[in-house]
Design a protein. Structure first.
Length: 178
């Protein structure tokens, strides 16, 4: 008999600092809480109506756990995909239960901002990141719009604006060619 699993994709914001925790097996593990607030446009009132915020614990293991610790910060918009499970625990003599997502993938929500990807060294192929960037079609657009290296301005508003303008310019060119 096959078991049924509840796979879920949830978007929201990192609500707590991702924290490492110990597992007897030695498997790298992290846990954090995520806040998700959905809503809808109410035509009758001509206003956006928000649902109550849903808080869910997210757990990740192995390389995903390591990458989350280096990548996510409180307040950042994310998308999480994984298996929804129920957990029970006891605290101060009181039995508790809650929903947890055992994450398969976690990433920044690019509908709400830009992100810069850095490949982990042990997973890098023979082609370096710099070579890959030089070979990409957007490299010339980025070079023409950026006046200094991304390492110097990583995360700065000016650098993000340059990337956004370069991407928009490339998109406009591609759309025009269609």
């Amino acid at each position: 008999m096959a078991t049924s699993q509840a796979t879920i994709v949830l978007s929201g914001n990192v609500g707590t600092i991702p924290t490492r925790y110990a597992q007897e097996s030695g498997t790298p593990c992290i846990s954090f809480r995520m806040a998700s607030t959905g809503g809808y446009w109410n035509r009758a009132t001509q206003q956006w109506q928000e649902f109550p915020t849903t808080w869910v614990r997210v757990k990740a293991f192995w390389s995903l756990a390591t990458n989350v610790l280096q990548s996510l910060h409180v307040g950042e918009p994310i998308v999480v995909s994984g298996t929804l499970v129920s957990e029970q625990w006891q605290k101060d003599g009181v039995q508790h239960s809650g929903l947890v997502i055992l994450a398969d993938t976690i990433g920044h929500d690019l509908n709400r901002g830009v992100s810069v990807f850095t490949k982990r060294a042990q997973h890098a192929s023979k082609t370096t990141t710099a070579q890959a960037v030089e070979q990409s079609p957007s490299a010339s657009a980025l070079d023409s719009n950026a006046s200094s290296s991304s390492a110097e301005h990583s995360g700065s508003e000016e650098h993000e604006e340059q990337i956004t303008q370069a991407a928009a310019s490339e998109f406009d060119t591609a759309a025009h060619d269609i």
